[in-house]
Design a protein around this ligand. Structure first.
Ligand SMILES: O=C1C[C@@](O)(C(=O)O)C[C@@H](O)[C@@H]1O
Length: 293
């Protein structure tokens, strides 16, 4: 099955799927992004949830509740005794907050997901939470990351696919894969190396393909042109069942984002305006279309 078939993105061209990253944070507006999306019409949006989800983590939310209560207390003219008592009540409230957190968290994740789906006007969405270790912004623990992704999948919003990092603990990885498959969402198993191009790419792809994932994705940093050619050749020679997405990042890897499809990479990441890159070396959609003319 091709990636287009799997993600249900039909096309009459031989060109790869174009994915655009959505990297908005909690104070950013969605409408300029949505507008450019309509104008440039990529195939799919990758919601990089790591740009926003950590602002709604348990620690951040508790801090907000706590400082709100402390502020209120500071405005009251109370005795030192009453103040001490109230401060200890705030600490007790933490237990209650922790007990209620799973429901609150599910509610927050549903709101975030709903905002994304309602803002981007019908484009298919890949859900990605990229950890700092793999080159993203996400600082949640592995368990929190898993909870976030599983909860987002269970909101009922129809994600076109979900990204799962190969470096995540295997049992947690499988929890996400099971949750995704239960709601018929294909899983993209991804691996990033922002430092270099491992000389064991073929083995890595092979090992990743032995997971229950539906798509394999590899993004690595080349240090010279032969690293770039090595990535392309390995992509071409990969004999795995799943569709493959590969790229060399950075300036010298740009070629793989344009030509990778000729070697078997079925999706390429591009930006709407050249400024909102989610990884180094991404071209704009216009640049890609220009090269493909
Ligand atoms: O895995 C990838 C590929 C990527 O790192 C790139 O190099 O284009 C961009 C990420 O947003 C995406 O999740």
């Amino acid at each position: 099955m091709t990636l287009r078939e799997l993600l249900k993105i039909p096309s009459s061209t031989d060109k790869p799927i174009i994915a655009v990253p959505l990297i908005l944070g909690p104070t950013d507006k969605f409408s300029p992004f949505a507008q450019k999306l309509q104008q440039q019409n990529p195939d799919i949006v990758e919601w990089r949830a790591d740009f926003i989800a950590d602002d709604f983590s348990q620690a951040v939310m508790w801090q907000q509740v706590k400082s709100g209560a402390q502020k209120e207390l500071a405005q009251k003219d109370v005795s030192a005794m009453t103040e001490a008592k109230m401060l200890s009540e705030i600490d007790n409230a933490k237990q209650e907050f922790i007990a209620n957190w799973p429901q609150m968290n599910a509610h927050i994740i549903k709101e975030l997901t709903s905002t994304v789906f309602n803002s981007i006007g019908g484009f298919p969405v890949i859900l990605t939470y990229r950890t700092v270790e793999q080159g993203g912004r996400g600082e949640m623990s592995e368990v929190e990351y898993t909870t976030f992704v599983v909860s987002a999948l269970n909101t009922g919003f129809p994600f076109a696919a979900v990204d799962v990092e190969y470096t995540l603990d295997e049992s947690l990885r499988n929890r996400i894969i099971d949750a995704a498959h239960k709601v018929n969402v294909p899983v993209i198993m991804s691996y990033h190396d922002f430092q270099g191009t491992p000389d064991t790419l073929a083995g890595l792809i092979e090992n990743m393909s032995h997971t229950p994932a539906d798509v394999i994705k590899l993004a690595v940093m080349p240090n010279n042109m032969s690293d770039v050619q090595y990535l392309l050749d390995t992509t071409k020679e990969a004999a795995i069942e799943q569709p493959l997405i590969t790229m060399s990042m950075g300036e010298i890897g740009k070629r793989t984002r344009i030509e990778g499809y000729q070697y078997g990479s079925e999706l390429t990441f591009a930006t709407l305006d050249g400024t909102s890159q989610s990884a180094p070396g991404q071209l704009t959609i216009n640049e890609l279309l220009h090269f493909w003319q």
